[in-house]
Ligand binder design. Structure first.
Ligand code: FAD
Length: 117
């Protein structure tokens, strides 16, 4: 991690909301990172069968779908970091996110899911 690096978009939470946002942001050319404290997929990774996600006629387990979402976002350049966010300073043009893995600086912050600090 480089504390001088300024991301266009820092996404807190690597659940379906986080990786959907990451896919859109990275595909649009924004320098994007997802900060996740546990594992990709969020609540979704706790279920063994998801039957209501289009494109998987036989259903898919949450862990595999999470992996696919992460890979798809990363294919467009999104980065992922295992980091627990515990504080943020959202004032000013550059936002500062304090995590268990250090400080991240971003122009935009996107909070997803049941985010907790
Ligand atoms: C057992 C179970 C089965 C389910 N089955 C289905 C289903 O079949 N179909 C369906 O449509 N929905 C299902 N759901 C609901 C679905 O999983 C959620 O709607 C979805 O996960 C919400 O996605 P999200 O990205 O908004 O939030 P979340 O999944 O809650 O993701 C938020 C992420 O943020 C991370 N986070 C939180 N605080 C911090 C922090 N301080 N620092 C860093 N990271 C942090 C969390 O670890 C988490 O990974 C199920 C849920 C559960 C629990």
């Amino acid at each position: 991690m480089n504390e001088n690096h300024v991301y266009d978009m820092i996404i807190v939470g690597g659940g379906p909301g986080g990786y959907t946002s990451a896919l859109y942001a990275a595909r649009a050319g924004f320098d994007t990172i997802v900060l996740e404290k546990l594992s990709a997929g969020g609540q979704m990774s706790l279920t063994w069968q998801i039957d209501n996600y289009p494109g998987f006629e036989n259903g898919i387990d949450g862990f595999s779908l999470a992996e696919k979402m992460q890979k798809q976002a990363e294919k467009f350049g999104a980065k992922s970091e295992y980091a627990e966010v515990f504080n943020m300073n959202l004032t000013g043009k550059l936002k500062r996110v304090e995590t268990s893995s250090g400080i991240y600086i971003g122009k935009e912050i996107f909070l997803t899911g049941r985010w907790r600090a």
